[in-house]
Write a protein that binds this ligand. Structure first.
Ligand code: CMC
Length: 443
């Protein structure tokens, strides 16, 4: 089915698709659309009606699932922009709540807007008192992501009533609640696993500091957050805030397309994020570095990663979209060194293994040819570990950050007047129709 690109007399780009062979070739003209940046797209919505065929793209390798104004990625050039601002500038000059405001509202806040936004988020951080019983229902050794899927899903029972989420104000309240309560939920998942009492949010702290004090303070002792560490946490949150139509975000959009409760949609996003090919990679990086154990065993693991018959992959390497470098990884790499110095952990035994692994992989033909570079999770795992955050909680930190992206994308979808329920098609490869055989006659 070759396609060719042309321009109509009105100047609009179209693509012509030729289907069939010999005398039975049918030509179908399909409209094309252009964004402000990035490749043009062929609009195939009319294809089934016009030609009775579907397109096949199971992992969405070449399919745009929506229009969006939030985040732009050029994977070949290593570019990541939020609402037009580069991630490097945002991470250097901004803070997480400012980036949240930008992602949700489309513009950076002025001083007054920022003050109000920080106040409003801060005053939504407490959980309904009954939510604690959901935590207590889990086994103590439950994975924090399992707890988060459950507790966030349960919030849909607290904020469901007759809310009409087609109404922008209702959506905004849900957005504020979700961003504000996620650190409390993640920190409490940790506290519960430790057998320690829940620590409540304190409105005098900034977002990242508050998150850390809820994880590490106890009723007996306050937790003093170092400014370097609080800033590094804030930066981790900025770098993970949104990443256009990744697996968890697409899940949130798909779940939301049916009009489902937003808290239930976010629970679906958390479940997707948990997988080791997505947000679970930061935890998997530390597990892998510990398994490698020393620099002299790196070669063995590189060989395994390259073996097509071995399922082992180098965790923290490769990305579906970035085929040059992950711009978030560059920022995170520097931050890793700052935090390790601040924490007096320049001698962290995993760091030399990580650095040597990075060096060898970047020079190895297998990784170079496939454009497999260290991604954001390669370094974030190392920083989080230095902060004293247990590796089982790493993906929960990612979920705290990504919540704003999920909510911004959900809002954008809900706001789209052309919104339709998401419904992919398939190539059916099962049996054709056959007759039912009664059980006594079955072989
Ligand atoms: N180690 C060894 N080989 C790899 C790796 C890796 N980490 N990643 C990809 N490859 C190979 C893969 O075997 C394939 O080789 P071949 O062409 O010979 O069959 C080639 O590279 C292309 O891989 P792919 O699986 O087709 O690529 P993808 O775009 O479907 O997968 C990925 C992207 C991120 C799932 C994958 O690179 C991976 O599993 N990486 C490790 C997990 C990880 O770090 N994930 C975090 C991603 S960043 C944070 C986030 O987005 O959540």
């Amino acid at each position: 089915m070759p396609t060719k690109k042309s321009t109509t007399s009105s100047g609009k780009l179209t693509a012509t698709l030729r289907i069939g062979h010999g005398d039975s070739v049918k030509e179908i003209e399909l409209p094309m659309q252009s964004g402000t940046m990035g490749p043009d797209v062929i609009d195939v919505r009319q294809l089934y009606g016009k030609a009775n065929v579907f397109t096949y793209d199971p992992a969405f390798m070449a399919t745009a699932s929506c229009e969006s104004r939030i985040t732009y990625i050029d994977g070949e050039k290593g570019v990541l922009l939020h609402r037009g601002y580069s991630i490097a500038e945002l991470a250097k000059n901004g803070d997480f709540l400012e980036v949240c405001y930008l992602l949700i509202n489309g513009e950076l806040p002025n001083a007054e807007q920022k003050k109000k936004f920080v106040h409003d988020i801060t005053h939504h951080t407490m959980l309904h008192d009954q939510v604690q019983y959901f935590f207590r229902g889990f086994r103590r050794d439950a994975h924090p992501m399992a707890v988060m899927v459950g507790v966030v899903g349960a919030l849909s029972a607290f904020y469901h009533d007759e809310t009409d989420y087609n109404e922008p104000h209702a959506r905004m309240v849900a957005t504020y609640r979700m961003i504000a309560k996620m650190p409390t939920i993640a920190a409490w998942a940790y506290k519960y696993s430790m057998g320690q009492p829940f620590v409540y949010p304190q409105n005098r702290f900034g977002f990242a500091e508050n998150f850390m004090q809820m994880m590490f303070a106890t009723p007996c002792e306050e937790y003093q957050v170092s400014p370097v560490v609080a800033r590094a946490m804030d930066q981790i949150l900025i770098l993970h805030a949104d990443h256009e139509q990744n697996a968890s975000t697409s899940t949130v959009r798909l779940a939301g397309s049916s009009g489902a409760n937003p808290f239930a949609c976010i629970a679906a996003g958390i479940a997707t994020l948990w997988g080791p090919a997505h947000g679970g990679a930061n935890e998997a990086v530390i597990r892998m570095l510990k398994r490698i154990g020393s620099k002299d065993r790196i070669g063995e693991f590189i060989t395994r990663a390259k073996d097509p018959n071995d399922t082992f992959r180098l965790m923290g390497f490769g990305h579906r979209v970035y085929k040059n470098f992950d711009p978030r990884a560059t920022i995170m790499r520097k931050s890793a060194h700052d935090v390790l110095n601040e924490m007096g952990m320049g001698d962290n035994p995993l760091l030399p293994i990580a650095m040597e692994l990075e060096r060898i992989a970047l020079e190895d033909d297998y990784f170079v040819q496939r454009k497999l570079y260290p991604n954001v999770d390669f370094y974030s795992g190392i920083i989080l570990q230095a902060m004293g955050i247990p590796s089982r909680l790493f993906t929960a930190v990612f979920a705290v950050a990504r919540t704003v992206g999920w909510m911004a994308q959900w809002n954008e979808m809900m706001d789209d007047p052309g919104r339709k329920i998401g419904r992919p098609r398939q190539i059916y490869t099962g049996h054709t129709q056959r007759a039912y055989v009664p059980v006594k006659r079955r072989a």
